[in-house]
Design a protein around this ligand. Structure first.
Ligand code: KIV
Length: 286
């Protein structure tokens, strides 16, 4: 059965089991970020499989210069708006920096708060090492977890591709396998060489979604504002732009400003009329 968007037929809810089936059938999984109601509605209408409320929201919509400052309260407000816009895709929410790393108790409490107050289907956390225990604790509390290895922006000091030496690639493999063993239902591979992806994938039973990790993963994710050309500046090497919405937005607002300044807007068709005879009565009244 095709998952292509069909205006007429409501699509079934995407579940974790459905993603596993897609991996088994080697059908690519499509994931995209969304941060508000209109972006969620667009992703839903386009028929994507997974919507990630990424902490990239810190930069894309809140104007911070990294993912680090965004708070749980800010993420929850955005994720709740996304939830209200989705009907079919699986919804995953990023737990922000500082909200889950300290202890299993902190991780479970934050994941529960996200699940209860946003209705997300799963949470995503970044890294291996001690984070594997946090993933295990959240899964044991009944909340599905997506892991994230390779470039992990919450803690990265070097924002270039990761795993470029054999030892570094082995560390990524070890983290991925540990997260799988901890019960993660899926993983994100971010900014790693395609050769590393190819070498690690055979050991993974769970779906892997790549961003800058080559074509060898089970699916791909891109940031909504990157793929649609809303973000300013030069995008990362792995971004493919499918639209130039920032140019359209600037042109649209500039045309509006021009119309207002030259009094072309508003035109008669943009206004309201009083009931018949009431304009004359008003003049008398005043
Ligand atoms: O926050 C985000 O957008 C992400 C994706 C890049 C996977 O984590």
């Amino acid at each position: 059965m095709s998952d292509a968007p069909d205006a007429g037929a409501p699509r079934p809810r995407v579940t974790i089991e459905r993603l596993a089936e897609r991996k088994a059938r080697r059908e690519p999984i499509v994931m995209v970020t969304a941060y508000d109601h209109p972006s969620a509605r667009a992703a839903d209408a386009a028929g994507v499989d997974v919507v990630l409320v990424g902490d990239s929201a810190a930069m894309t919509v809140l104007g911070y210069d990294s993912t680090v400052p965004i708070t749980a309260d800010e993420m929850i407000m955005l994720a709740a708006a996304v939830r209200r816009g989705l009907t079919s895709p699986l919804m995953v929410a990023d737990l922000p920096f500082g909200s889950y790393e300290d202890s299993d108790e902190q991780a479970v409490a934050t994941a529960r708060r996200f699940a209860e107050s946003t209705g997300c289907d799963a949470v995503k956390i970044e890294g291996g090492g001690a984070i594997v225990d946090r993933a295990h604790a959240i899964v044991a509390a009944g909340i599905p977890v997506m892991g994230h290895v390779g470039l992990t922006p919450q803690t990265a000091v070097d924002f270039r591709a990761q795993g470029r030496t054999a030892e570094a690639a082995r560390d990524i493999r070890d983290a991925a396998l540990a997260l799988q063993d901890a019960g993660c239902f899926a993983l994100v591979f971010e900014a790693i060489p395609g050769d590393v992806t190819e070498a690690v994938m055979p050991g993974l039973r769970i779906p892997v979604i790549g961003i800058g990790a080559g074509p060898g993963t089970d699916g791909q994710v891109l940031v909504f504002h990157d793929l649609l050309g809303i973000s300013e500046g030069r995008p990362a090497r792995f971004v493919k732009r499918y639209a130039d919405l920032r140019a359209d937005m600037v042109a649209g607002v500039a045309a509006y400003a021009d119309d207002v300044r030259s009094r072309r807007y508003p035109a008669p068709e943009h206004g309201y009329a009083m009931a018949a005879g009431e304009a004359e009565r008003l003049r008398e009244l005043l």
